[in-house]
Design a protein around this ligand. Structure first.
Ligand SMILES: Cc1cc2nc3c(=O)[nH]c(=O)nc-3n(C[C@H](O)[C@H](O)[C@H](O)COP(=O)(O)OP(=O)(O)OC[C@H]3O[C@@H](n4cnc5c(N)ncnc54)[C@H](O)[C@@H]3O)c2cc1C
Length: 250
């Protein structure tokens, strides 16, 4: 059984950047090699520590995007133009560069392949990252429990993992995926761009009568509004799990 998170050693390890590839115009996926990586559960995160030549360090938290895969780990990072760390990770860090990684961290916002109940995933922007890890882990373990994803993006060009999501939706026991476009919808899209609203939750999310577990991740305000709408829709509050990507205090 994979459920060994509490036994995994959480310690700083030196990782090496294997590859940095563009995910969208404002996000990159980093593949890291972390010698001795103990594995992780879907939904967990790591702390990444950068150290400058003068010894100055900065630490930021990033969800793990990849399903467990030996000593390799993928993170997907969104560029915040006025941020301290994300511009370096998204635009500059080169293959071969070292970064320190602490983890895996987190035991609540996780999905285990032995869970059999229906799962409702709701992502806002880069909040898709830990949910993608759940989708990938589900596919890795051939889990057939229903998975629905509601993914709020500004426009089609903002979708992370677009091709892979389409493949996962088309596969046997595929995940049902609904996009919510907030600024630009693709041509012929049946709805005008709008934020996730109760009407969309009512039509796109699993009904409360199926007793789903929900995982909601994204900017703090998004998560709070969506969790409130799920409660209104009859979801059991103890089955609504949330992860917030709020600003880092300086
Ligand atoms: C559990 C968790 C998982 C995460 N996973 C991901 C992920 O998978 N991908 C991802 O892209 N991000 C993720 N994040 C967010 C990430 O940790 C960073 O916050 C993000 O990358 C920004 O870092 P930065 O150094 O570029 O920006 P920062 O320098 O930290 O600034 C971030 C923003 O906040 C503003 N800001 C900073 N400090 C303050 C303050 N005191 N008051 C008001 N505004 C302030 C800045 O102006 C900027 O707009 C996650 C966060 C958490 C908590």
């Amino acid at each position: 059984m994979e459920r060994t998170a509490i036994h995994r050693r959480v310690e700083w390890r030196t990782a090496t950047v294997v590859e940095r590839r563009k995910e969208t115009d404002s996000a990159s996926t980093l593949e890291l090699h972390v010698a001795g990586w103990p594995g992780h559960d879907a939904g967990q995160h790591v702390d990444v520590r950068l150290t400058a030549a003068d010894g100055y360090t900065a630490v930021r938290t990033y969800s793990i995007a990849s399903a467990p895969d030996g000593d390799n780990l993928e993170l997907t990072i969104e560029l915040l133009p006025d941020g301290e760390v994300s511009p370096y990770l998204v635009e500059s860090v080169a293959p071969g560069s070292p970064v320190d990684v602490l983890g895996p961290i987190g035991g609540w916002f996780v999905w285990h392949p032995e869970q059999t109940e229906p799962i409702q995933l709701i992502a806002g922007g880069s909040g898709i990252v830990p949910l993608m890890c759940m989708l990938r882990t589900r596919a890795q373990h051939n889990v057939t429990a229903p998975f629905h994803l509601l993914y709020s993006v500004r426009g089609p060009e903002s979708i992370y993992y677009a091709d892979e999501l389409a493949r996962l939706a088309a596969a046997d026991f595929g995940a049902a995926i609904t996009f919510a476009y907030t600024r630009t919808a693709p041509p012929n899209w049946p709805a005008k761009p709008q934020r996730v609203r109760a009407e969309l939750i009512a039509t796109a999310a699993l009904p409360a009568s199926q007793h789903p577990t929900a995982y909601v991740c994204g900017p703090t305000a998004f998560v709070e509004v969506v969790a409130g709408m799920l409660t209104q829709a009859g979801y059991d509050a103890s089955r609504i799990k949330t992860e917030r990507f709020g600003p880092t205090g300086k």
